[in-house]
Unconditional design. Structure first.
Length: 311
């Protein structure tokens, strides 16, 4: 009887020890990535369901905060489209879109700026609760994002801006002083009129301006599919030339088309790699950045491998 109890105790101890060893292995696997990207800038475009679900929101902020604490220099660029639509409907207006872009009159612009400002400060609060200093800024602050009016297939859609320039010095200063910048995608034109900016466009422009090592898009899909109706066609690694071929051959459509075009533009402007991730997956950022397998789709310039280290 004593031998059986002792044997059972040893088995439990070995099982517990294996759990600890597995955790240690995860940390060891992350080490070369931490070394590789230490002090490098990573831009995270935060949007989709991960902004609505409170648990996912907490996990995303935990991920970005961890990146900051292990030596990365993250910048968050957030959206808020679903929240804007909710408030537009609350005041009795109906949201309108052209090619995925919100038609923005003066009243809608006022609501958008109010909502995005609220979202921005809530994210600042989340980060600071985890012990990291964050500063929320609008693209209007210090002329961070200057814009020109954006048209959708030649159609005037109101106060929707196309980023014409980025004052990167503001972001460099904040990073140098150990802050985590959280950017609200609102900008001004040369006449100081306020414009709403598509958050993907803003993140891409900022990543180019600061020569980010990585640009990560948190979305509501797993990544880029060759056939959107077949989940088995998910592409884990895509070179710029291949991405262009997919777009030209008509495989990419809907909201993924401008997103993939943004990715290609970012790579060609000096960003090392771009990731399209499913923000609905808990801790997707950590899985992509710190593990050998990663998740989602990585867009590369053709000269670099997605994974730096073997298993």
């Amino acid at each position: 009887m004593k031998k059986e109890v002792r044997k059972e105790g040893i088995e439990i101890m070995n099982k517990n020890m294996q759990q600890y060893l597995d955790k240690a292995q995860v940390l060891i696997e992350a080490l070369p990535y931490i070394q590789r990207f230490n002090r490098k800038i990573i831009v995270v475009k935060y949007g989709g369901s991960a902004m609505i679900d409170e648990e996912l929101k907490k996990q995303v902020i935990q991920d970005v905060t961890l990146l900051k604490l292990v030596g990365f220099k993250p910048i968050i660029v957030h959206g808020g489209g679903k929240e804007i639509s909710k408030w537009v409907e609350k005041v009795g207006m109906e949201p309108h879109f052209v090619n995925g872009l919100r038609v923005t009159d003066e009243d809608t612009m006022e609501i958008a700026e109010m909502v995005l400002g609220k979202v921005n400060k809530s994210l600042v609060q989340f980060v600071q609760e985890l012990g990291v200093r964050a500063i929320g800024i609008s693209g209007k602050d210090g002329g961070l994002l200057k814009v020109e009016r954006k048209f959708a297939d030649g159609e005037d859609i109101g106060y929707v801006g196309d980023v014409s320039s980025v004052n990167a010095d503001i972001l460099y200063d904040l990073l140098e002083k150990d802050f985590l910048p959280i950017v609200c995608p609102i900008g001004m034109d040369e006449s100081f009129h306020t414009y709403n900016i598509n958050a993907d466009d803003a993140a891409c422009a900022i990543a180019r301006a600061v020569q980010a090592e990585k640009l990560a898009f948190l979305t509501d899909i797993e990544g880029v599919y060759k056939d959107p109706n077949d989940p088995k066609t998910l592409i884990s690694e895509l070179e710029v030339a291949e991405a262009r071929d997919l777009m030209e051959e008509g495989f990419i459509g809907g909201g993924m088309l401008p997103k993939l075009q943004n990715c290609v533009d970012a790579i060609e402007s000096g960003v090392s790699r771009v990731h399209i991730l499913d923000g609905r997956i808990p801790h997707c950022l950590l899985l992509e950045i710190f593990t050998n397998k990663g998740i989602g789709t990585a867009i590369l310039n053709g000269k670099e491998s997605r994974y730096y280290y073997g298993e």
